[in-house]
Write a protein that binds this ligand. Sequence first.
Ligand SMILES: [Zn+2]
Ligand SMILES: [Zn+2]
Length: 358
Amino acid sequence: MKRVLLYGVGVIIVLVALVAIGLRVPAIQDVVLERGVNAVVSSDQIDLSDPDSLTLIFCGTGGPFPDPERAGPCTLVAAGGRVFLVDSGTGGAQRLQQLRVPMERLEAVLYTHLHSDHIAGLGDVALNSWAGGRKEPLTLYGPPGVEGLANGTFDAFGIDSKSRIDHHGEEVFEPQAQVIKSAAFLVPSRDDTVTVIEEGDLKITAFKVDHVPLENAYGYRIEFKDRTVVFSGDTVRDQNMVRFGADADVMVHEVMGMANIHAIIGALRGNGQSTTAKILTDASEVHTSPVDAAEIANEANASLLIYNHIVPPMPLGVMEDIFMRGVSDVRSEGVVIGFDGLRVRLPAGSDEIAYGRL
Ligand SMILES: [Zn+2]
Ligand SMILES: [Zn+2]
């Protein structure tokens, strides 16, 4: 028995050694490369054309912190074949490419507010969707200030855009699609909603949330046929999420892991990094804890709560346990920690909420 085992181990070592040596042979490297590339290129892209469902694809579930697991805030919404992004955080466009999500149908970005972590990826979103076959201008909806974002981005990428057209031709990069239009709107008060889009089975409304010192931070309610998703944007615990998010199938709520951030603040102070500690302390006052978000989702009668804008990053497994402390006491089911690559599908005419990793 011992002999057989030793023999088996020996065979495995020889095989591993042969593979390792083989991978150094150029001809074998070429074959491995060709097969690998073919597998990626021939794999199906995600289909966003379903006329009968509301679908979310999370292309960024982090915040402003560098996080190898999470791009900046970015969620793709496909509603009966129409495609939008909610925010265009850093790295979101690359995440969509990585997930093989086609972007030619992208028509607009809905901005919750104009903090850098929510807007910084716009240049890549505009270029990648254009390169991916978008034929119409991209429209930016959001609070006053999106005009500057649209015009400034268009200008900043002007030389790049021209070089794409010159290099690849107008059939590939159609000139009219490089235009970035803005549609700024003001939600007059906390009691108001503004209808951003109402066409056919799709209705998108915006409402105010509390993210001081910003005057205009919005949540969005997106309804398609009989399915509803509500986004909090960045906010403290806010009753407007209950009021305007009522009975949503899915509530996408921002969160800050308060115990985790306080541990980081303490460590920074202990190391004399008081400026960063102050910035994080200020930040911790304008976000929502996971327990508070769970209570808001309960009050709003949301079926599924997805934590989004997860700050700070959680490189240690224990941080996720600490992040979730107390949540199951207030909401025992229907809670998901959002992650890049999470897809949620809501077929119209049913209560089904199908979700999983792309
Ligand atoms: Zn943010
Ligand atoms: Zn913010």
